[in-house]
Design a protein around this ligand. Sequence first.
Ligand code: CA
Ligand code: CA
Length: 220
Amino acid sequence: VCEAEAAGMLVLVLSWLCLPAVASVSGGKLPEAEVKTEVLHRPFICHRKSKYGDMLLVHHDGFFENGTIFYTSRSQGAGDKDAMWFTLGIRQVIKGWDVGLQNMCAGEKRRLVIPPSLAYGKEGKGKIPPESTLTFIVELLEIRNGPRSHESFQEMDLNDDWRLSKDEVKEYLRKEYERYGYPPNDTLHESVAEDIFDKEDKNKDGFISSREFTYKHDEL
Ligand SMILES: [Ca+2]
Ligand SMILES: [Ca+2]
């Protein structure tokens, strides 16, 4: 449900609410497998490069090792309609993407060759057979501050006291709704803010501290 909703509207708000509880689960063992990255197109102008915690909007095509295509986000022929937003570095996507799509400019296009251990592994998934090495052509369309980024926190912390009050969170929700063309809805903002505080205000002091806010990135 979260994914479907997040695709359509209120990307930031929903991805905040729907974030998986990312624990540092990587258990210390370094993967020997690597993502092969090739830049196919680099834009002339690059104001900003992608980093962990950013939200990225991408188009992508996926290929098996024999060259057969198994996915394209452009199949509908409807422009950027099926481009996908995701947050980099939090295992919302396969590990090969988290690793291979760093330091990328908006407008840049890359080819990633990803070994199974950084993709769908021994099990495979859906139409991806077990132990598949996958190739992706990924075009980065847009970079935004991630829902849990330092920048987002500063943007929300209106009085600069390094903690978020419920009013600041509600104000943020109001602005996000406005940005996506939805009318403000105080009752809804109130209940969403309640939910957020239930989950995020770990020490129950009535504020979300920057430490409570920022997620810990998986060691990649
Ligand atoms: Ca504050
Ligand atoms: Ca707190």
